[in-house]
Ligand binder design. Sequence first.
Ligand code: SAH
Length: 526
Amino acid sequence: MDKPSTVGFVSLVGAGPGDPGLMTFRGADRLMEADVVAYDRLANPQLLLLAPHAEHIAVGKQPDHHPLPQEGINALLVQKALEGKRVVRLKGGDPFVFGRGGEEAAALAEAGIPFEIIPGITSAISVPAYAGIPITHRGIADSAAFITGHRSTDIENPEEDWSQGSLGADTLVFLMGVKNLPQIVGQLIKSGREPDTPAALIERGTTAAQKTLVGTLNDIVEKGCLISPPTILVVGKVVEQHEKLSWFENSAQRPLFGLRILNTKSFSGSNGNNQIAEHYPWDEFDKKASASGAEVVHIPLIQTAPPADLNRFVQAVEDAVLEQKYTWVVFTSVNGVSAFFNQLGALKLDSRCLGGLKIAAIGTATAQALQSWGILPDFVPAQFTGEELGKALPVNSGDSVLLARSEFALPELPKKLILRGCIVDEVSTYSIKSAPSNRMVLQQLQNKDLDVVTLFSPSGVHALADMLLDAGQSDPLSEILARITVACIGPTTAREAGKLGIRVDIVAQEHTSQGLVEAIEKWRKH
Ligand code: SAH
């Protein structure tokens, strides 16, 4: 192979402690430009969606299992950079806090590879913060130390090691301490900490599985006997703040806390102005569900593609614009709106060409999408279903209506309009195909931590069933989906799921993201 003329570049990026919202903008930016992502077990895999086309390499260590030794990881980074690739080394928390990032950077420096360090929010501060424990606090703790509880095997006499200075700090934060918890606690008491010093163990912080146990040095080992990594141990008076400041695990304020929800909705392309939003939209549902306490994993099952019959679309636009053939143009999804206007742009037209037409949207989300293109719809039905739109659209008999929909669209809407004497034309503004992230959806469904999966459209339902069948699940209902709660945006989606043998547990009363979050909250209460 010819040696590429330019050497690549390596970014050592901190992924934060688990909650994907805690990564930096710069880290996200580098992911979006990466050719290769080498990621750790502790980095949230959802972040890989920012780099859907990059090569993804799992180099993470399981607690007792090392898939790739550190030298192997160093060599991999060097090799990929020598191939001219832009490499992101995505590491849990901060790369330089017990992350062996220093060793990786040294290997790169030695090989003459340009690199940068993009710090991340270390679990040492963020996990206590999510447990309501400030690691310093005026009048209570003036200093804090981060200590590894998993001592390197090549240090002969480790106890001497961490009794140097670090034990003098007011707050002690131990990482990797689960295995040696009894030894750590014993050593702390031996070196002078009072046995009634407050201590907390926080397991899987910043995720739906976060669990905080509070005690003292006296009883924390006993209390923590069932705890497993990753866990942070905090020792010091600041732990007492937890009782007052615990917010993340506060289920009175965050009724969905503890639920892990997979949102499979397609990424509804924005106007293209915000790259992060396009790759990783923290969409309405995600925001509302996580504000209510859920951990949301958003991995689309489907994505939009140009319609199979592009000529038909061009014809419909020309009929609408030049021939003034229609009275109404009706949009039934956010995707339909983006596809329609993107296609208009490709024809060197913009919203002005719709000036003489009346425009309807099926619901508020579609109406908002239209507004982002400068169109205020003339009509939005009270209930956001095709059937209701067909019943309530203020048409006169003989009106011509253009339905700008997907290739996969249900017949209720045109049926109702035809019964009311309209002449109805349908045009596919987009088709639907499986998203490249489909494989990640399957992994999530197989993960025993997943509680709820959302379905936002009949095409999403079909994609889910197809994916499960492809994965060898002859009966989607009895296998993977059996222990997962299925939540649908509305009756049309639920009906389609029912037809394919998918049990539906929750259907939103109001067919919006807010409505779906409310329905999940109501279900959780019972
Ligand atoms: N570089 C990372 C730390 C890597 S060492 C950082 O800055 O956070 C791995 C240890 O980090 C785990 O054993 C655990 O002690 C801690 N840790 C990482 N993520 C955690 C989480 N979500 N909850 C609790 N502890 C976590």
